[in-house]
Design a protein around this ligand. Structure first.
Ligand SMILES: [Zn+2]
Length: 263
């Protein structure tokens, strides 16, 4: 059993279940619900659901069903390597071991408060490492921008009132240099962010997507609740819908928090 598997098993058996009642939640859901409020990239179709229900009366048994239609990149989702790298894996081809790993949360909220087009730098990575040690191989590196506060305000979230065009957007993202450092020197499993894109809003070349995807890695976008995850010590599990050849997919992201030491 790998160290990661042991870690997950320990958290599930010891921390999450037995301590949940007295010590608060030990598993966080970092996923926005899919509904009429789901944010989608400019010009992409909105999330759509039709539902049918009947019965539930004294004479007729209850029955409910539904059907959905959505972009592979709507709401909380995972970008597959094939999204920006021809020949790379679709969402169904990502090894499952890569879908879980140590959570690295780099908090740049102080910088994004002054600059909505802020890009996470290699200095931000080194500052995190000075406090928490070198980013471990297999980590899932999350950029905490604070943009989750704007999820229900499309104009603030995208930094633009234009729904049709992706050329007027303003929100933070990773820098090219940071992506190269994480992919080439830290051997991470994937990256994620609490904005609509791992590239910052003004990007037109999507260079961070290209670097990450060309390395066979994935991106997590529109991640919810990131401020609740500690900078280090949690384990992330990100399970996308297994769409054959999908360029991305809706994903359920869980953070398994480390055991508390105040027991
Ligand atoms: Zn995407």
């Amino acid at each position: 059993m790998s160290a990661l598997a042991v870690c997950v098993a320990m958290q599930l058996s010891a921390a999450s279940w037995s301590c949940a009642a007295e010590a608060g939640p030990r598993v966080l859901d970092l996923t926005y619900p899919f509904d009429d409020t789901t944010q989608v990239w400019p010009s992409n179709p909105p999330f759509h659901r039709d539902s049918t229900q009947r019965g539930g009366t004294a004479t007729e048994a209850w029955y409910a069903t539904g059907q959905v239609a959505l972009s592979e990149h709507a709401g909380t989702h995972m970008d597959a390597p094939i999204h920006f790298a021809q020949g790379q894996a679709g969402i169904d081809g990502i090894p499952v071991e890569q879908l879980m790993g140590p959570a690295v949360v780099i908090d740049v909220r102080a910088a994004t408060a002054d600059d909505r087009d802020y890009r996470l730098s290699t200095n931000d990575i080194r500052r995190w490492e000075a406090s928490h040690g070198t980013i471990p191989a297999g980590a899932i590196v999350m950029m905490l921008t604070g943009w989750g506060a704007y999820w229900n305000d499309r104009e603030r979230y995208f930094g633009s009132a234009t729904r049709e065009s992706a050329t007027t957007l303003h929100f933070p993202g990773f820098s090219k240099e940071a992506a190269e450092l994480l992919v080439k020197e830290r051997h991470i499993s994937g990256i994620g962010i609490d904005t609509a894109s791992i590239d910052y809003g003004p990007s037109q070349d999507f260079v961070v997507h290209r670097i990450v995807n060309a390395a066979g890695l994935y991106g997590l976008e529109n991640v919810a609740g990131l401020a609740e995850v500690p900078a280090s010590g949690a384990t992330l599990v990100a399970l996308p819908m297994k769409i054959a050849g999908g360029t991305g997919a809706p994903v359920r992201i869980l953070a398994l928090l480390p055991p508390r030491d105040d027991k």
